[in-house]
Design a protein around this ligand. Structure first.
Ligand code: CA
Length: 501
């Protein structure tokens, strides 16, 4: 990006932005897109963090009202069986942008300073979705939580550092407009690095991060005085919203109000909810603890969900008012779900559907017929599917492991996957590792615990929708078939785990 001309702040709706904003560079504004590029649609990719599928209001699972996401779904395709193959922040993002599974892109677990030495970060030379779209004439932008860089390594014994500054250039993978941070959970007092700001030039904000970011996105969409993007080009804007990630309590009072006085008996309607962290999980290390203390915040989680919906609605209203709705593909998803007490667990990073399934909605009024589709969509499939649908099949980078399912949008028949991979690894741990498959009917997982003991989990997700009973060993023929599907996926992804099944 070229140096910016003025430091005009576009954060006009906030009071505490301490730094100005770099603008779209003048050489970009002067460059004209080719005719065929003009025809391509804009892409607005919205992915709140830890937003579970059960909190899509129109599904009437969790007691939430999400009128804006409901409207988006009613006008688009809801992929009912999409999964986050490694239900964790950084691995999701790595798979999304690289189109590869974690062992191939190196983002095996969450990025922090203790894992940088293992190469656990998105490499600058990885050719990502955003790199391709920028090269093909898109104006690109990233807003919100990034969490893909490796912070400077810390010494053993020192606390891990999670956040890091992403410098302009190759680390940003083609994203030009930049209003982002690595990772922090300061929802009420977030900070950002904006465009070409140096590490010391952080923008601190006293506003709930989804609301602040919606304001930024609205400015980007309105593009006053052409300061934010080159309107000759279609845009690719990604918005990584942090809530409803923890801390759930950091949510404005206006969103908490509807849940005042409600108890967990009113709110948690899944029969698999338990209020104690099971001894089995404490011994094995499977799943996140803390249910005893954190489950009382369930109402705040749902308040975050409703607040996120409200802010997305503000941005989508502006998209429509600007006349961009028909020419914009809007994708809504999440990086993983939230257990919220199911099986006595909190948060993510397990194979159960509350963590593993994700919302996935795609709307393009001009070309995509609304409806539901039960495609077993995996995260690495998103990149090749999207590029192919945009007419850029020949630009899918070599080495991409996801599949092109763009035929689903064209109403054509195609080979549908029979299973999606479940993955868990920590680069620093030899023992803990898990792989599994999810089919339309079954979940099947081979898990090595922190003592390296092997466990097998199998659930009939149709007849036991809350995954209450582990039926491993009870249906040998089915189990054998699931085992073969897992073996096939591990073979295709050249996964070392194949010698552990
Ligand atoms: Ca996350």
């Amino acid at each position: 990006m070229s140096k910016n001309i003025s430091r005009r702040s576009f954060v006009k709706r906030t009071t505490a932005a301490t730094a100005g904003v770099g603008l779209v560079s003048s050489n970009l504004l002067s460059s004209c897109a080719k005719n065929e590029e003009k025809k391509r649609p804009n892409i607005l990719f919205i992915f709140p963090d830890q937003y579970r599928k059960q909190s899509l209001g129109f599904l009437k699972n969790d007691p939430v009202l999400t009128p804006n996401i409901d409207k988006l779904a009613s006008e688009g395709v809801h992929f009912t069986d999409a999964v986050s193959n490694h239900p964790l922040c950084s691995p999701f993002r790595g798979m999304l942008f690289s189109g590869k599974y974690p062992l191939s892109n190196g983002v095996q677990s969450n990025c922090h300073s203790g894992r940088t030495k293992y190469g656990n970060f998105l490499k600058p030379d990885e050719v990502c979705l955003s790199d391709v779209l920028k090269n093909e004439g898109y104006a690109t932008g990233y807003l919100g939580k990034w969490h893909l860089d490796g912070p400077t390594p810390t010494k053993p014994g020192e606390p891990n550092i999670w956040d890091s500054y992403c410098p302009p250039g190759a680390h940003r993978h083609g994203f030009e407009f930049w209003y982002s941070y690595g990772t922090h959970n300061r929802h009420n007092h977030p900070y950002y690095w904006v465009n070409d700001a140096k590490e010391s030039e952080r923008t601190d904000v006293n506003e709930w991060s989804p609301e602040h970011e919606a304001n930024v996105l609205i400015d980007y969409l309105e593009n006053k005085d052409g300061k934010f993007r080159d309107e000759e080009k279609p845009f690719f804007m990604c918005w990584g919203i942090n809530p409803p990630h923890t801390p759930f309590t950091e949510v404005p009072a206006k969103y908490k109000k509807r849940f005042e006085g409600m108890t967990n008996e009113d709110l948690l309607n899944r029969p698999n909810v338990q209020t104690d962290f099971p001894d089995f999980n404490r011994e094995t290390g499977f799943g996140d603890a803390g249910v005893e203390k954190k489950l009382s915040q369930a109402k705040d989680y749902f308040a975050c969900v409703e607040g996120v919906d409200d802010q997305i609605g503000r941005a989508l209203d502006v998209l429509e008012k600007q006349g961009l709705k028909d020419d914009t593909i809007v994708i809504f998803c999440s990086d993983h779900g939230e257990m919220l007490g199911s099986h006595g667990l909190m948060h993510k990073n397990v194979w159960y559907k509350e963590a593993f399934q994700i919302p996935f909605i795609v709307r393009w009024p001009k070309n995509i017929q609304p409806g539901n589709d039960n495609l077993l969509l995996s995260v690495p499939d998103i990149m090749p599917t999207l590029l192919s649908y945009l007419g850029l099949k020949d630009k899918i980078p070599a080495g991409v492991e996801g599949n092109d399912y763009s035929a689903v949008f064209r109403g054509e028949s195609f080979d549908r996957p029979e299973a999606a991979l479940y993955f868990f690894d920590k680069p620093e741990e030899e023992n803990e590792k898990r792989r599994g498959v999810k089919t339309h009917q079954y979940s099947y997982v081979i898990a090595y615990d922190k003592k390296n003991e092997k466990h097998i989990f199998m659930y009939d997700d149709i007849n036991d929708p809350y995954q209450m009973t582990n039926i491993a060993g009870q249906k040998p023929e089915v189990e054998k078939e699931l085992h073969s599907m897992l073996e096939k996926l591990l073979h295709e992804t050249k996964d070392y785990f194949i010698s552990y099944i």
